[in-house]
Design a protein around this ligand. Structure first.
Ligand SMILES: Cc1cc2nc3c(=O)[nH]c(=O)nc-3n(C[C@H](O)[C@H](O)[C@H](O)COP(=O)(O)O)c2cc1C
Length: 325
């Protein structure tokens, strides 16, 4: 009997497929549907610090007294948080799958207290969606890196929920970054977030944004780091994210050492039923290979378990592409 169950952040998931943080999970009905389709867990759309500040700011633009300004700012923030908590409470009433909340935080201030509200609403875990563009002349990279640690430590003080930190890959030494998060109490990391990237429209002469969705080829960077980190920081859980568009890609990430796999673009592009299809692709492959459980092949091809681990570190085309002169 094949079982797709896996452990992530100390929770038991019926499937390694997690629906990523995005508008896909912004209502109780949508979350319920994902459970029916066989998702192992869902991550809610991030509660964005800057978005709520903007919403409050837009309401108070014109000439209010300081008291009214203060009142409306607080009210608007409370309102945004309230709607978020309602989704958590509602989803916990009608589903059994873990509901992971997400906060996008830039600063270490009042946001920290939202973690407590989220925990009380019944969220099973919290994903911290953190990213700072490091572009300050004269600012050492450690300054930016320290902010991730600082945020995590502050959040850990106010909640007992398991925490995953969702990061990008723009670091010189990712292994050390993830290890620093692990020693400060992170239960997991999500490798990696995908960000808006700028493009330029040369006719209109303006900056635009590039495509929002990933392609299947985008899996490779994440695959490299899942393979390395699942060995070098072996106690932290890993959810692989970016470029997972089918069951095969999910299997690759698990072979590289991921505990779970997050999916987003493919659901927007091909529909939510992909969850069901991907689960059966994984199951069929397991049957063909003679595996009954995910743990039997998780990490089988990670850095530690292959004869030549340097393939994960290879970055130059020197030998392999010599056919292309
Ligand atoms: C429309 C859209 C909205 C997203 N919103 C969020 C968000 O609120 N918080 C977050 O951490 N990631 C967000 N993401 C990133 C996804 O969760 C995911 O990490 C990224 O798309 C890479 O996975 P994929 O290749 O499966 O799409 C969003 C992605 C898309 C396409």
């Amino acid at each position: 009997m094949i079982s797709l169950s896996t452990k992530y952040l100390g929770m038991s998931l019926n499937s390694p497929l997690i629906v990523s943080s995005s508008g896909l999970t912004n209502s109780v009905d949508k979350i319920k549907k994902f459970e029916e389709l066989g998702a192992g867990a869902v991550v809610l759309k991030s509660l964005f610090e800057e978005q709520i500040n903007y919403e409050a700011g837009a309401l108070v633009e014109n000439g209010l007294s300081p008291e009214a300004h203060d009142y409306i700012t607080r009210y608007s923030k409370a309102d945004a948080l309230e709607s978020y908590l309602k989704i958590i409470e509602g989803a916990k009433k009608v589903t059994k799958i873990p509901v992971i909340a997400s906060i996008n935080c830039m600063s270490v201030n009042e946001w920290i207290s939202f973690a407590t509200d989220i925990e009380q609403a019944g969220a099973d875990a919290l994903e911290l969606n953190v990213f700072f563009i490091a572009s300050g002349v004269g600012q050492a990279s450690e300054k930016y890196e320290e902010r991730y640690n600082e945020l995590l430590v502050k959040i850990k003080k106010v909640t007992k929920m398991p925490i995953a930190v969702k990061i990008g890959y723009f670091f010189t030494n990712l292994v050390n970054i993830v290890n620093n998060l692990y020693v400060r109490g992170a239960n997991g990391v999500v490798l990696f977030n995908r960000f808006y990237e700028p493009d330029i429209d040369i006719e209109k002469m303006e900056i635009t944004s590039s495509g929002v969705f990933s392609t299947p080829a985008d899996i490779r960077n994440s695959l490299r780091w899942v393979g390395i980190i699942s060995d070098k920081v072996s106690k932290i859980d890993i959810a692989a994210s970016t470029g997972v568009h089918d069951g095969k890609a999910a299997i690759k990430q698990i072979l590289a050492g991921a505990n779970a796999v997050q999916v987003c673009s493919v659901l927007y592009e091909k529909g939510n039923d992909q969850i069901r299809i991907m689960n059966s692709e994984i199951e069929n492959w397991m049957q063909k290979k003679g595996y009954d459980t995910i743990d039997q092949f998780r990490g089988k091809l990670n850095y530690k378990n292959i004869t030549n681990p340097s393939v994960y570190e290879r970055s130059q085309f020197m030998k392999y592409f010599s056919a292309y002169q």
